[in-house]
Design a protein around this ligand. Structure first.
Ligand SMILES: NC(=O)c1ccc[n+]([C@@H]2O[C@H](COP(=O)([O-])OP(=O)(O)OC[C@H]3O[C@@H](n4cnc5c(N)ncnc54)[C@H](OP(=O)(O)O)[C@@H]3O)[C@@H](O)[C@H]2O)c1
Length: 276
């Protein structure tokens, strides 16, 4: 089993350097896939109310035999719950049968609702009440980050954003780092989109690893925390084995240079995307 090192978030909470994405794993197959991820060594499991798999995540932890205390369990508050975020977190805890969550994020800012500050206040209250150890956001641009920080004096520990070689998020990562926020990467391997790109293929050959491993190592080199999803135990294992080699600065830069302004895979611009 691969054991991953951890890093410390701005709020002092320790988190594995790489986690497991669970969308769209559901039902018995979902439980099996998430339990397998825990068995091969993942210790950060990323869920969300909107993935409708919080029950499966909790069941998989129990089925895996891994101590609940050794797993960093993360979920997200959906747009429809912005104005009742603390209640949303209580409901997640009930669904999962857990006493606390390790991390809760606001899933999307949904700016037209004008409720992300209220949602952040709810997360702060939930943390103060001991329901969650670490709080953060997802898909927040610098403008939204600064608004919630100014309103509460509390800086998110994490910001989970779309990030892969076609969309390396250079400016947003710098903005997160300036504020002491760890960037988590969703769709970290771009669902395979970058596997044929020349710098990725060349680095994979040079280090005798897979394109997925190159892309995940690129994330670690840049300091982002990738959350690859795979339902396949062998790919799950491979996606964890990314510490036995390193990329040169030139290899990292060549992969980052694949970025394009229109590189988002899903057209999900946080300023216009609304996810309820
Ligand atoms: N915060 C947000 O708004 C947001 C949005 C989207 C996603 N997320 C989170 O981010 C996680 C990951 O994102 P994602 O699932 O969109 O994309 P991803 O992890 O970049 O890619 C997953 C896809 O790549 C395949 N794959 C995984 N490892 C592979 C490998 N080594 N070789 C070849 N193919 C491989 C998987 O197929 P198999 O399963 O068949 O291996 C799956 O189809 C999600 O599960 C979710 O937790 C968050």
């Amino acid at each position: 089993m691969t054991e991953l090192p951890t890093r410390i978030l701005g709020d002092g909470v320790s988190v594995p350097v790489l986690g497991f994405g669970t969308y769209p794993l559901r039902g018995d197959d979902g439980v099996r896939a998430i339990a397998s991820a825990l068995e091969v060594g993942y210790r950060l499991i990323d869920s969300a109310v909107n993935y409708r798999n919080e029950r499966e995540v909790a069941e998989a932890i129990r089925a895996s035999g891994v101590d609940r205390g050794d797993v960093f369990v993360q979920t997200k508050v959906p747009g429809r719950d912005h104005r009742s975020a603390k209640h949303s977190i209580t409901t997640s805890l009930q669904v999962m049968g857990l006493e606390y969550l390790d991390s809760v994020l606001i899933h999307w800012p949904n700016p037209s609702q004008e409720s992300y500050v209220r949602a952040w206040e709810g997360l702060v209250e939930a943390k103060e009440a001991g329901l969650v150890r670490s709080i953060g956001v997802s898909n927040f641009t610098p403008t939204y980050l600064d608004e919630i920080i100014a309103a509460t004096g509390v800086t998110p520990a994490s910001n989970q954003i779309e990030m892969h070689p076609a969309f390396p998020q250079v400016e947003q990562r710098a903005a997160d780092a300036e504020r002491g926020i760890v960037t988590q990467a969703w769709s970290p391997i771009g669902r395979g989109a970058a596997f044929d790109a020349e710098p990725v293929v060349t680095a994979a050959r040079a280090h005798d690893v897979t394109p997925a491993q190159v892309v995940l190592r690129w994330h670690l080199h840049l300091g982002s925390l990738p959350l690859p999803k795979s339902a396949d135990p062998e790919r799950q294992r491979g996606n964890l084995e990314v510490l036995g080699f390193d990329l040169s600065e030139a290899e990292v830069d060549a992969i980052t240079a694949l970025g394009r302004p229109d590189g988002r895979l899903f057209g999900a611009d946080p300023d216009v995307h609304e996810e309820m």
